[in-house]
Each structure stands twice: as C-alpha cells, then as structure tokens.
Design a protein around this ligand. Structure first.
Ligand code: UD1
Length: 416
C-alpha cells in the first residue's frame, strides 16, 4: 500500500507544464472507435483511468500503441461491442463507449460504469437521449444492452441537467444518426468543446459546443484523425490551491486561463496575485488566503465541483471564514473528516460546509476519491510537521505526476 509522506511549511516556487485533461482524453479515446483506421491523440496524461480505457479499446479489438504522451488507436480491427463488467467498473467515463459503439456497430453491451463514489451517479439522461435517437436499451442483471432498431435518426434532445457525460454520449451517438440532432441544455464544459474538435477532425459536422445548444448533422462519413488534448484545468486548479495553501509563486503553462475563470476569481478575491497569458497562469501568494464570499459549485462556467475539495483545503489553513455550497454531487465532502484530523475547523450541514481558517498540523489521513485525496495533499503542504496521505490509488486516476511536480516546486513530498 502506497502513501505520500509530506512535511509541510515550505513555500512552492517554480514552473510546471500542466498535463493533458483527463476528462477530455477519455471520451476522445472512446470516439476513436467511430472510424476505421488509426487516430493519433497527443498530450495524453499517463493515468490509471487512461490505461483502463486503453484496456477497453484492446478488448474491443482495436490496436493501441502508447509512446510518451501520444496514443495511437487503430479501430479497423474492432470486432466486439461488449465490454466486460470488470473494465466498466474501473471508471465513470467508460459509459461513453455506449454512444460510440452504437454509432459504429449499431449496438453495445456493457455494465453500469464505475468511478469515484460521490453519491448517486445515475445515467438516466444518457439512456433517455439514446432511446430518443432510436436505440432500444434493455437493462438486464446490471448490464445495459443497446441496439439500434433499424436506422437511428437525429432528434431534438432536451437535457434537464447539463450533464457532461450525457452530452458526450448524445454527441457520439448522434454523429452516427441520419439527420440533425439538437442537444438543448447541453453541458458547456471545455472538454465538450475538445470532443467537438476531435469529431470535426474526423469529418463530423457539428457546431455549438461550449454553448447550451449543440447541433450535429449526422451520418457524415468519418475517418481517423490526429488531435491534441487540451490542458487539464482541474490539475491546474489543484496546483494553484497548493500555492494558496503553502504560499510561494508558481507559473503554469499548457492550460487555458479562460477554462478556469471561476477558480481564478475566487483565488484573487482571497488575496492571490494572478497573471494570465496565452496558455499560462502565474500565481503568487505572500500571505495565507483570506475568507471570501460563498463558493457555490455549478455547471461550467460556474465554479467546478472538482475544484471544491482542493480549494476547501487551501481555505482551511488560511484566515477568516468561507462557506461552500456543493450543488453537483450529494456526497462530495468525504475529505472534511480527514482535514479535521489535521486540525481543520469545518462545519457541514447537508450541502453546506463552513470553513474557518487556522494553522493545521500533520496527521495520518486517507483519501477516498480523486479530488478529495488531492485536497489532503494540498492541506499537508501547509501543515506543521509530517503527514501521511494514503488513498494514492485515487490520485493516480487523475494526476500524472502530483508528487514529482510538487517536489520540483520545492515541496517535501515522497511516495513510499
Ligand atoms: C463529469 C466529470 C466529473 C465532474 C462532473 C461535473 C468526467 C469523466 N467526469 O462527470 O469530473 O465532477 O462531470 O462537472 O468527465 N446526472 C443525472 N442523470 C444522468 C447524468 C447526470 O441525474 O443521467 C446528474 C449527476 O448525478 C450530477 C449532475 O447530473 O448531479 C452532473 O453530472 P455529470 O455532469 O453527468 O457528471 P459526469 O459526466 O459523471
């Protein structure tokens, strides 16, 4: 069992290139099955979630090669449309294979997806969209069996919640439908725009990603494509929160500042000095972060739920009081009890958490989801004395080099 040993209290200084976005690369890898031939994806982070996705692609019969941060997927040899339960359960975004396989093969059979436990994570909106496009979806013994009944046709799809995964699944299925599909109430996350860019490079006619309405002119012949994945705004947010907690001055490159507007504005309000450039963000923190107006998580462009835990960790070792309201997931305060072991003062009532900053001390703590585990690392960087942070397996799902990146910035952190 691995853990990080972290001795806090050292300010961070230096430059980092941010990894490619986990939440972009996973649906883009699923999309490679849409066309026969070899697609080439650059800027892919080395994550366990990416390895699990490559495992699914291999099992479907695709040839996969990984060299540095470039992944080549040749989907000419695709021979199956069933994904075994073990692989599906390893990650949430495995569900996007549903839309992609329906488009390519007219059917798909897979288990319910896994992913971090953040409370109920239904996929009713995914299935509703696929049914409206003409798929028959049966749920048998925990498995989903989807078949196109004849030709699937474009439709107007209204999402009652701007779900990221449902928007991606609908886009992937709609490129294989005849006619026009309009997704109303679509998720506007930058990762949706990245998926649109890849689908366009494959020859799909699709517009509107980044806005609440996406239009797909389906049935166009698709071919393999080459694409560079965008930088990971959540990894960038985590590093900025680490600077907010430990102090110092760090310059990040490889990330688009406009993807992080809501996070940057909270950090600025809390006293950080932030400068942005083309694909770069630098942040300096001379004093601990001070309390700010309530931080409410919301779909993009609102404050991202994935940055809630790392930011809460940074505020828990700052000064003043900040209220958090988690609107996206029901159980996304798993890190709170562990931060309390480090001395944090956080009161939770349902969706609301009130954080009062104080000096933290080192402790043995355990992460139980990806961003929650990263939050414990952030807090440990600022805490007095040594912390042991376990739950490293969650971190490896979403951060390529968290320990070595932080060590390069001057943190005392070791993976043991
Ligand atoms: C994606 C991200 C995750 C991020 C989340 C919200 C990936 C791999 N993961 O997850 O990091 O935290 O967006 O920004 O990209 N919902 C339903 N029915 C559905 C689908 C969703 O009720 O069919 C609800 C969910 O329970 C949740 C909300 O919609 O309350 C948003 O979920 P969604 O945007 O779908 O999140 P994911 O795609 O799972």
């Amino acid at each position: 069992m691995c853990e990080y040993r972290i001795t806090g209290g050292r300010p961070l200084a230096g430059r980092l290139t941010v990894q490619g976005a986990k939440n972009s690369v996973l649906p883009i890898l699923a999309a490679t099955v849409l066309a026969e031939g070899e697609s080439v994806i650059h800027n892919c982070p080395r994550l366990t979630d990416v390895s699990a996705t490559l495992g699914i692609l291999r099992l479907l019969g695709c040839r996969v090669a990984q060299e540095g941060s470039t992944i080549r997927v040749d989907a000419s040899t695709l021979e199956r449309n069933c994904v075994p339960d073990r692989l599906m359960g390893e990650l949430r975004s495995s569900v996007t294979f549903l839309g992609a396989l329906l488009s390519r093969c007219g059917g798909a059979e897979l288990a319910y997806p896994g992913g971090c436990q953040l409370g109920p994570r239904p996929i009713d909106l995914h299935l509703k969209a696929l049914r409206l496009l003409g798929a028959q979806v049966l749920e048998e013994g925990g498995r989903l069996i989807c078949r196109s009944r004849g030709e699937m046709r474009g439709q107007e799809l209204c999402l009652s919640i701007p779900s990221v995964g449902a928007t991606e699944n609908a886009m992937l299925a709609a490129v294989g439908c005849r006619g026009v599909t309009t997704i109303v109430g679509a998720a506007q996350e930058p990762e949706i725009e990245d998926l649109q860019a890849f689908l366009r490079a494959m020859g799909a006619e699709i517009e509107g990603a980044g806005s609440p309405m996406i239009r797909i002119f389906g049935g166009k012949p698709l071919h393999p494509a080459e694409h560079r994945v965008i930088g990971d705004r959540m990894a960038a947010a985590t590093y900025l929160c680490a600077v907010g907690a430990a102090g110092g001055c760090v310059a990040l490159s490889g990330v688009e500042p406009s993807h992080l507007t809501a996070v940057l504005s909270v950090l600025e309000e809390a006293g950080a000095d932030i400068h942005t450039g083309d694909g770069s963000i630098s942040m300096a923190c001379a004093a601990p972060l001070c309390g700010v107006r309530p931080v409410r998580t919301a779909p993009h462009p609102g404050f991202p739920t994935d940055a809630q835990a790392p930011l809460m960790a940074a505020f828990s070792c700052g000064t003043g009081t900040t209220m958090f309201v988690e609107n996206m997931f029901l159980s996304r305060y798993g890190h709170v009890g562990e931060l309390a072991r480090m001395g944090a003062d956080i009161q939770v009532d349902g969706r609301v958490a009130v954080v009062t900053g104080r000096r933290l001390h080192g402790a043995a703590v355990r992460g139980s989801d990806l961003r929650g585990a990263a939050a414990l690392v952030v807090a440990a960087l600022a805490a007095r004395g040594e912390s042991q942070v376990s739950g490293v397996e969650y971190i490896l799902r979403g951060y390529e080099n968290l320990d070595s990146d932080l060590a390069a910035l001057g943190a005392q952190i070791q993976l043991v």
